[in-house]
Design a binder for this molecule. Structure first.
Ligand code: PGA
Length: 232
């Protein structure tokens, strides 16, 4: 089963969520849909799509003002959490070590981490993608338990620019080989970065592309539903 993650980032209100969830109710698909919402929208829905968060605290419940702990996410019914998104790495200075720690905390709370990795534009231009990705991957994944990897080149996020099919194929093969070497060959590997309905077919049949992650296009039924349709 292919996976489609919608990452709402810091967007959306209750009305937007209701609109998308009711549109999704009518959709027939074999794709597993995970909607990663802002904290303010996590509670209170009976829906067949899986709900995910976009961050998890490094700390347990306690005196950590502003933090949302793994226990709280679990209580809210969250099944997935994005860790190490490039925007968290950039604006909140999250290192591989922090990302790994957050992934471990998610697993301790029965939540599957979606571990994001991706090279910068200059790494890409200088032919360093594979070495950068390998290091990010091995240093960011949890010690035990199931997880998902999302490969999202930083230069492809929100830019409308995507890598070529052969670039994605070669990086996903490498990610698979690394995971296999760690006895974690069954980990789903997603591609993300400027996904829209018209480029789904380009990526979805590549070997070791187990699904996609969409940001902007996941916010509205008009752009999200055609992606789901093209994944079948
Ligand atoms: P985008 O974002 O689809 O808007 O490029 C993807 C992401 O950051 O997950």
């Amino acid at each position: 089963m292919k996976i489609l993650v919608g990452n709402w980032k810091s967007n959306g209100n209750r009305k937007d969520k209701q609109k998308l969830l009711s549109a999704l109710k009518k959709v027939k698909t074999n794709t597993k849909i995970i909607l990663c919402l802002p904290f303010t929208l996590l509670y209170g829905d009976k829906t067949k799509v899986s709900i995910g968060a976009q961050d998890i605290s490094l700390y347990p419940n306690g005196a950590y003002t502003g933090d949302i702990s793994g226990e709280m996410l679990k209580d809210a019914g969250v099944k997935y959490v994005i860790v190490g998104h490039s925007e968290r790495r950039k604006y909140h200075h999250e290192t591989n070590e922090i990302v790994k720690h957050k992934a471990n905390i998610a697993i301790q709370n029965g939540i599957t981490p979606i571990v994001c990795i991706g090279e910068s534009e200059s790494d890409h231009k200088n032919g360093k993608t594979k070495s950068v990705i390998k290091k990010m991957l091995t240093e960011s994944i949890p010690d035990n338990g199931g997880f998902i990897v999302a490969y999202e080149p930083r230069w492809a996020i929100g830019t409308g620019i995507t890598p070529t099919k052969s670039e994605v194929e070669s990086i996903h093969n490498m990610i698979f080989d690394v995971l296999k070497g760690l006895n974690r060959a069954r980990t789903p590997i997603l591609y993300g970065g400027s996904i829209k309905a018209s480029n789904v077919k380009k990526f979805i049949d590549i070997p070791h592309v187990d699904g996609l992650m969409a940001g902007r296009a996941s916010l509205k039924p008009e752009t999200f539903l055609p992606i789901i349709k093209n994944m079948n």
